[in-house]
Write a protein that binds this ligand. Structure first.
Ligand SMILES: O=C(O)[C@@H](CO)OP(=O)(O)O
Length: 215
């Protein structure tokens, strides 16, 4: 049975300041680097064979820390990037105008093809995340990959595997450096496919991590 581990990157400067990143980037804080070391300690004896990361800086830095502990190289997959949040990237979440807030709301209220201007829809996000997950099935037998990605991106992936709409990710709390796992199950009794083994586990972190809206 293929097991795929999923890690959200460590806390960043803009996570702590409540600024929207999307496909823009900010550096890991000291706390974020410590979180990455702690998740690395947790997984280093799990036989991870491949570390596959979004190509954004915050995920690459987290992946490099995990890779050093696991003795693996990091492969880059841009399909694991965070949702493109268009014109709202780099903005402070708390100072959006009513109109801007209404664009953001389209991501979470099920508006068909809803998106922030110049940004990406949740359906587009879920399709590219699912394609990245599915490509793990092409790795050699016995591989145990670990994917390093983002809060909305991983939430969207887990939600859609469960048969929920992509925006159900709002109902999942995936804190910085939380660990999740999906298995691809071939069973004569159950429909073959992806199964969520665990989501958002932070038991390896020694201090509370922010959730993605830092409340
Ligand atoms: O892009 C962001 O600001 C947040 C949104 O949830 O995602 P992440 O910190 O996981 O990249």
């Amino acid at each position: 049975m293929l097991q795929v581990y999923l890690v959200r990157h460590g806390e960043t400067e803009w996570n702590a300041l409540r600024r929207i990143q999307g496909q823009s980037d900010s550096a890991l804080t000291a706390k974020g680097q410590r979180q990455a070391q702690q998740v690395a300690e947790r997984v280093k004896h799990m036989g991870i064979t491949h570390i596959i990361s979004s190509d954004l800086g915050r995920t690459r830095h987290t992946a490099d820390i995990i890779a050093r502990a696991c003795g693996c190289d990091v492969l880059s997959d841009p399909r694991l990037r965070e949702l493109d949040m268009g014109v709202l990237e780099m903005r402070d979440i708390d100072t959006l105008t009513l109109e801007e807030e209404s664009w953001r709301a389209q991501l979470v209220n099920g508006t068909p093809d809803g998106r922030i201007p110049k940004g990406e829809s949740m359906t587009e996000l879920s399709l590219r995340m699912r394609a990245s997950l599915d490509s793990c099935r092409e790795l050699p037998a016995g591989s145990i990959p670990l994917l390093v990605s983002h809060g909305m991106a991983l939430g969207c992936l887990i939600s859609t595997v469960l048969g929920l709409p992509p925006y159900a990710e709002r109902r999942l709390r995936l804190r910085n450096c939380s660990l999740s796992r999906m298995d691809f199950q071939q069973s004569p009794w159950l429909a073959p496919g992806w199964v969520v083994e665990t989501a958002g586990d932070t038991s390896h972190l020694d201090m509370p991590a922010l959730d993605e809206i830092q409340r």
